[in-house]
Design a protein around this ligand. Structure first.
Ligand code: HEC
Ligand code: HEC
Length: 218
């Protein structure tokens, strides 16, 4: 079996096995919870924006249109201490699992805003990013991002989040968090294995490329 088919098989099996079932989330309740906050934290819109589009400069991810199962898993991971971030964590640690499903349903149902960030890097760097995203760097055992994150890197189910149209600063921070052992919540270390092989130059390039892409299939 080639390395690529092993990765894809692993991804498919994990997708079946660990996809968080976010069914049962109520987007209207989620909207109320998002506006109120969890009692001690700030309302979600203070950072993620009223339209869920996040903010590149501040490093706040886009949430609108991401898969509800993926969103719910991330919030549960923060609350379980499996994903650590002192800015995000205090905003949801008083919510229970049902409230988290409601919030996830609310953001998943939001129209995807046009968040693409025009790339400020050179054509050569952008081309390097595009190659990594869609063809990988097999000489260094790096599969294409799209082999897991799906066609156009627009996400597959609850396991593989959309990364096209996500903010470059956020993409960079997450890859570095995996590389530096600060984010450890990926199933079977699928993302860690990729992140630890990427050079700083490659991370900058792929983040700029993905950020410049449309989050929707047109
Ligand atoms: C003070 C700013 C702030 C507020 C308020 C806030 N967040 Fe966040 N949020 C962040 C930051 C920063 C991150 C990225 C943290 C990291 O690197 O893990 C994040 C990440 C997330 C993620 C993970 C996204 C992904 O793509 O993996 C989810 C889901 C999320 N926030 C939901 C919410 C919800 C729901 C609320 C309101 C109840 C909320 N956030 C309030 C700053 C905030
Ligand atoms: C072998 C499968 C696989 C490949 C290949 C892969 N990823 Fe991932 N990636 C994942 C999984 C699984 C997650 C979700 C982890 C979790 O549940 O927290 C993820 C999450 C991410 C996230 C976090 C998104 C968010 O909203 O927080 C970023 C950024 C990311 N990947 C970038 C990349 C880039 C860039 C590449 C290509 C260089 C890549 N990935 C290749 C499996 C993969």
């Amino acid at each position: 079996m080639t390395i690529l088919s092993q990765w894809i098989l692993a991804g498919a099996l994990i997708g079946l096995a660990t996809g968080v079932n976010a069914a049962g989330g109520d987007p209207e309740k989620g909207a109320q919870l998002a506006a109120q906050g969890d009692g001690t934290g700030a309302p979600c819109a203070a950072c993620h924006g009223a339209d869920g589009s996040g903010n590149n400069a501040a490093g706040f991810p886009r949430l609108a249109g991401l898969d509800s199962g993926y969103l719910a898993k991330q919030m549960l991971d923060y609350n379980a201490g499996k994903r650590i971030n002192p800015v995000m964590q205090p905003n949801i640690n008083n919510f229970d699992a049902q409230q988290i499903r409601d919030l996830a349903a609310y953001y998943a149902a939001m129209p995807v805003p046009q968040t693409s960030t025009p790339a400020t890097v050179s054509e050569d760097v952008l081309a390097l990013g595009e190659k990594l995203a869609n063809q990988g760097d097999w000489g260094n055992y790096i599969p294409p991002c799209s082999s897991c994150h799906g066609p156009g890197n627009r996400g597959v189910g609850a396991t593989f989040p959309a990364i096209a149209g996500q903010h470059p600063n956020y993409i960079r921070s997450q890859i570095n968090a995996w590389k530096n052992n600060q984010r450890n919540n990926d199933p079977n270390k699928l993302m860690t294995a990729v992140a630890e092989r990427l050079t700083d130059e490659q991370i900058d390039a792929v983040a700029a490329y993905l950020g410049s892409q449309s989050a929707t299939a047109e």
